[in-house]
Design a protein around this ligand. Structure first.
Ligand code: ISL
Length: 632
């Protein structure tokens, strides 16, 4: 049944997209959804709320909001169901940012041979599967997310032969490898786009969104993620759409030929032996027909005007099913979709077993404390992360599976967001890694997390490489901010924090390169490097290794039930993983203060502890313990 302005708040909450949006709004407002849905407020009709506010912007918002809620007729499965075992549910994934992993030829940038040379170390850590950020031929406007040729390896990374060798060597070690599939857009230097522009009758024109302007302006008011409008002028009164940089042109997935091209690209790489893909902004591929203007109120709220018309578009499910059936299923390929903006319920509709769309998604609602954005200088509340994970886990049915991550190449380091002093970064790293490796879901470790790397120590804008940051810096100084003020904003949220080189040892630049690194190495390499940490049994590296080992001993930490304790106790996180007679207790102090332990579990049950000499009833700052409570 569709909802309308006469519907009650609680009816809207019963719809997947409605629930996700109300949850998000209630998080932003800092109130619990329960408060919005108590018997009084839950029975309020939208029309009443609209009249109450009397604002035109609210009326406009309601209309678009209802349309979004009604656009999803599906209902996720919420019942009981048996979990089916899959390799990707058991694997520990490790994300490699190739530019900054290991440089074998001294040009200052990592490469495939460099990755190859470190496979044994990753295997030793216990990693099962690698995800490589883009390594394709590209003008590198957005660090490879602007692909010029999908069937060619970028020369700075090596050759197709090197890639084949890497795939083989990964498989020889009983590991798997997935690549990044960037098909919401191509580079403006891709042959398709060049042909589309050079010939008005070219079939490639309809591969993109090329549209006449509207009264001398852009075709609509959509904004780019990287500052400015989402349209680039490509001819007299003619514009091409780019949701990201002006060298990343959006592909028109409504054109069957485009979908066929994508299928062929996936199959090309599957034939070469890759095990699957991470699908870049894959929820953006279906744009609302007619490309209508974005809602100004939503635009103000989230900064990206137009998002509601493409973040969960009308044909998304259909295009994903088609892609899976034609390109992934014939190979048993794995697919994890990057889906910014998609909430928990809609996420289920993209991943539930039997729906034939994606295996997993990366959602991002946990990466900032509600009410804050990445570019703000604020202290992230780790209790929010705990609450978010509890919500995710408790909402999982046997048909669901989730990814668990806190870091990637698009975000500052989570430990630095929580602890600005840097004093607790190793301890906090252990806390976060414990969540990743003992909650129910597939863990994705981002390179450097295993040695507790912090945010980078950039000094000025000259240290920054990322297009998002550089564009924003220009925008801010253009609007009158001083260069110091603008740099401070960049320093809070730049994606470059995560993109600095890996530190392998104590030698110059952390042993990443013998040349000049493409982006500055940070001083924490002296302690947070692999070689040093491998030797120290209490290092973050060895904590990671021990946790992974434990996961591999029996499958309780993978498929076992999760039962949370003392959920409302602030700064405390504990849960059990249970399967048959096997039972693990995980306990963590989420603060930098001593804490009394709510449960009185004997010390002799501890199998992993972040402290050398734990005390029975006291937890030191950010202390973590795992106890074996199973019946032997
Ligand atoms: O939600 C975000 C981060 O927490 C967004 O930054 C979002 O994930 C991102 O804009 C989409 O990212 C992906 O596509 C971009 C590319 O620049 C990123 O590196 C990639 O991960 C365009 O291809």
């Amino acid at each position: 049944m569709k909802v309308s302005k006469d519907s009650k708040l609680k009816d809207i909450y019963s719809k997947p997209v409605g629930k996700d949006i109300i949850d998000k709004l209630s998080m932003q407002l800092g109130v619990s959804p329960k408060l919005l849905l108590n018997p009084v407020t839950g029975n309020l009709r939208l029309s009443f709320i609209e009249r109450l506010s009397g604002k035109k912007s609210v009326r406009n918002f309601m209309t678009d909001f209802l349309e979004m809620v009604n656009s999803e007729p599906g209902v996720p499965f919420h019942g009981k169901s048996e979990i089916h075992e899959k390799w990707w549910k058991e694997a520990v994934f490790y994300q490699i940012y190739p530019s900054s992993f290991c440089d074998s030829d001294g040009d200052g940038e990592g490469d495939l041979k460099g990755i190859l040379s470190k496979l044994d170390i990753l295997k030793d850590l216990g990693v099962d599967a690698l995800w490589l950020n883009p390594v394709y031929d590209s003008p590198w406007d957005d660090n490879g997310y602007d692909i010029r040729d999908y069937r060619k390896i970028h020369e700075k990374f090596g050759t197709m032969e090197d890639m084949g060798k890497l795939i083989n060597e990964v498989h020889k070690r009983d590991m798997r490898i997935i690549m990044d599939l960037v098909v919401n857009h191509t580079s403006d230097e891709h042959e398709w786009f060049k042909k589309a522009l050079s010939d008005k009758d070219s079939p490639y024109r309809d591969y993109y969104f090329i549209r006449p302007g509207k009264e001398g302006k852009e075709p609509n008011n959509w904004k780019s993620f990287f500052s400015g409008p989402a349209w680039k002028k490509v001819g007299e009164d003619e514009y091409a759409m780019h949701i990201f940089s002006e060298k990343q042109m959006d592909l028109n997935w409504d054109n069957e030929a485009v979908r066929k091209e994508v299928t062929d690209i996936v199959r090309f790489w599957m034939d070469k032996g890759v095990d699957g893909f991470r699908l870049d902004v894959i929820n953006f591929i279906s744009k609302k027909p007619g490309l209508p203007d974005g809602n100004e109120t939503i635009g103000e709220l989230i900064n990206y005007t137009g998002l509601e018309h493409y973040y969960y578009g009308p044909n998304l499910h259909r295009y994903l099913r088609e892609l899976k059936e034609k390109a992934f299923d014939p190979y048993g390929g794995f697919a994890v979709g990057e889906t910014p903006g998609v909430g928990i319920e809609a996420g289920k509709l993209l991943t539930q077993e039997g729906r034939g769309e994606l295996d997993l998604i990366f959602g991002f609602d946990h990466l900032e404390t509600p009410g804050h954005t990445r570019m703000e200088d604020y202290v992230y509340d780790i209790n929010y992360l705990k609450d978010y994970f509890i919500r995710l886990e408790e909402g999982m049915s046997g048909k669901d599976w989730i990814s668990i991550f806190t870091d990637n190449h698009d975000n500052p380091r989570m430990i630095s967001k929580i602890d600005h002093t840097g004093l607790y970064s190793d301890k906090l790293s252990k806390v976060i890694l414990t969540m990743l490796l003992t909650l129910k879901g597939t863990p994705f470790i981002f390179q450097g997390q295993e040695t507790g790397r912090k945010n980078a120590d950039f000094k000025d804008i000259g240290d920054i490489r990322d297009i998002e940051s550089l564009n924003l810096y220009k925008e801010l100084t253009g609007k009158g901010k001083s260069s110091e003020e603008a740099f401070r904003v960049i320093l809070s949220g730049t994606r470059d924090h995560a993109r600095i080189p890996i530190a392998w040892n104590e030698s110059e630049n952390g042993g990443f390169t013998e040349g000049q690194p493409w982006i500055k190495q940070s001083m924490d390499y002296k302690d947070n490097n692999v070689e040093k940490q491998m030797k120290d049994p209490y290092s973050v590296w060895n904590w990671t290794k021990n946790l992974i080992n434990l996961r591999k001993q029996d499958k309780t930490l993978i498929y076992g039930d999760v039962v949370f304790h003392n959920k409302d106790k602030k700064n405390w996180f504990s849960y059990e993983r249970i399967s048959g007679n096997s039972k693990y207790l995980i306990e963590m102090n989420l603060s930098n203060k001593m804490m009394r332990r709510p449960l009185n579990i004997p010390l002799d049950r501890i199998i992993l502890s972040s402290e050398k000499n734990p005390e029975r009833n006291i937890f030191r700052p950010y202390e973590v313990r795992i106890s074996d409570l199973g019946q032997k």
